[in-house]
Ligand binder design. Structure first.
Ligand SMILES: Cc1cc2nc3c(=O)[nH]c(=O)nc-3n(C[C@H](O)[C@H](O)[C@H](O)COP(=O)(O)O)c2cc1C
Ligand code: SF4
Ligand code: SF4
Length: 448
């Protein structure tokens, strides 16, 4: 079994799995049940001056039978008194000294930050997370993402907190910004010990078409909220990776956004996260999802010969390049396994209407390759393919015309039926090199 323990800027945790600052980390009772289930740490629901919430406050997008593909909320920070939260933090820390407890904080003036930090550290937290990410409600009051969107202000407030803090300071970033490097680097320059991202994405989850009111509805109106859950994972992965490969970012990253299972977590770790945080998946399925996360990550590390999760951190960063560095000679083509095909024709529709018109079915003359209508451009003799399940509805690929876009394999409902196979390996040719060598003109341009 691999060693899952981590040291995040001095915050020790038995594993990289932390509850994100959100409803699952709202009370001591919840956090203790989470630790019993296996979570290594918790970022407490954001502390500050308690707020008043509205009812309702959550919305979700379901997709193709899958509930809660995306989740949206208009909730604010904690609605419980600071005194109550700190009493519970002290008690949880006493009972679970080896687990990580991080206080998420949001307040306004320098003096408020000083007092809040001191009171949290007196309660025994292992670290602090500055919530510069909340994109609704609090930003209208000059906090949350209104700080995260102003790198200079973010840097200044981070520096204030570093004057006062004895424990590590993590800065939680908003994705509602043009380039995540701007606030990320500002946090580093402000002295942050770590970064957490992403907070939620500004959104309207949908519209009640009978009442003609956006959702989630509060009486006769709604407001924009924060989007999270599985749908945001690709956005979060990109932002985490962008920071992880930035030379000025030398501090650890806590990856957040759509993590639901060990695989998601491993991807965030491979792209530079030292710890990962989870909110929506716990709200959907409960604390016990961490059992699969721990087992799955352990098995993965064992299978790949890694003795510690620390060996995985950032391992995929080297494979994340600019487009101009990608090899222009590398080529793959689609191959159909006739024995697996069920003849649904989804790949044919996709390739003809959404890709490169080079996948065809059967001997029917009306389904001739479109390029065959242009004399001299037909590129491949047409085989007749008969499959075990689909008969002559098995498609075949005109390989010289296939650009290897993956679309047919992505839409095919049968696992392993369409595979993409390499026909040419890397050649060393890429766009940046062509520009350097003056070979960047492609025939057929505007002035020809
Ligand atoms: C209902 C709800 C309340 C949240 N409250 C907070 C909060 O108080 N402080 C904070 O930093 N982030 C808050 N978040 C954002 C989460 O911590 C997390 O960054 C975001 O949900 C993305 O992770 P996920 O895709 O696993 O949900 C909240 C999210 C939700 C859904
Ligand atoms: S990989 Fe793209 S171009 Fe090639 S057959 Fe599939 S959909 Fe068509
Ligand atoms: S290859 Fe896949 S998508 Fe295409 S017809 Fe067969 S089962 Fe359908």
């Amino acid at each position: 079994m691999a060693d899952l323990s981590i040291d995040f800027a001095g915050i020790k945790s038995p594993n990289p799995f932390w509850l994100a600052s959100a409803p699952p980390a709202n009370t001591g009772e919840q956090v203790m049940r989470a630790f019993d289930a296996g979570w290594g740490g918790a970022v407490w629901k954001t502390l500050g001056d308690p707020i008043v919430n509205v009812s309702s406050r959550f919305g979700a997008v379901d997709y193709a039978g899958q509930k809660v593909m995306g989740f949206n909320n208009i909730e604010l920070i904690t609605d419980r008194s600071l005194e109550t939260n700190l009493r519970e933090i002290r008690e949880v820390k006493r009972r679970y000294p080896k687990h990580a407890i991080i206080a998420s904080l949001m307040t306004e003036t320098k003096e408020d930050w000083r007092v809040l930090i001191q009171r949290c550290e007196d309660a025994g937290v292992d670290g602090l997370e500055l919530n510069f990410g909340c994109p609704h409600g609090m930003c209208e009051r000059g906090m949350g993402s209104s700080v995260g969107q102003e790198p200079k202000l973010l840097q200044e407030i981070t520096a204030w907190t570093k004057e006062f803090a004895k424990t590590p300071v993590l800065v939680k970033l908003t994705p509602n910004i043009g380039d995540i490097l701007d606030p990320g680097i500002a946090a580093v320059r402000g002295g942050a010990d770590g970064l957490s991202l992403i907070n939620t994405i500004k959104s309207i989850i949908g519209v009640d078409l009978d009442r003609l009111i956006p959702e989630p509805r509060v009486g006769t109106a709604s407001t924009n909220g924060g989007y999270c859950g599985p749908a945001v994972k690709p956005i979060a992965l990109h932002m985490v990776a962008s920071l992880a490969r930035e030379p000025e970012v030398t501090i650890p990253i806590s990856g957040i956004g759509g993590i639901s299972n060990w695989r998601d977590a491993a991807e965030f770790i491979a792209l530079g996260s030292t710890s990962v945080q989870v909110c929506t998946a716990v709200m959907h399925y409960g604390f016990r999802i961490v059992e699969d996360m721990i087992d799955g990550l352990n098995n993965y590390l064992d299978e790949h010969g890694m003795k510690s999760v620390r060996e995985l951190v950032g391992r995929a960063i080297v494979g994340y390049r600019e487009w101009g560095e990608l090899d222009l000679g590398y080529q793959i083509v689609a191959k159909v396994d006739a024995a697996k095909c069920i003849g649904c024709q989804l790949c044919v529709a996709a390739c003809h209407d959404g890709a490169h018109q080079c996948i065809f079915t059967g001997p029917n003359d009306q389904q001739r390759p479109p390029h065959a209508h242009f004399p001299g451009t037909a590129s491949a003799p047409r085989p007749q393919v008969i499959g075990a399940l689909a008969g002559d509805r098995v498609p075949w690929v005109d390989e010289p015309e296939c650009v290897g876009c993956n679309l047919c394999a992505l839409v095919c409902p049968v696992p392993g039926c369409i595979t993409m196979q390499e026909t040419s390996g890397e050649t060393g040719d890429n766009w940046n090199r062509r520009v350097q060598e003056g070979r960047d003109k492609v025939p057929g341009g505007i002035h020809e």
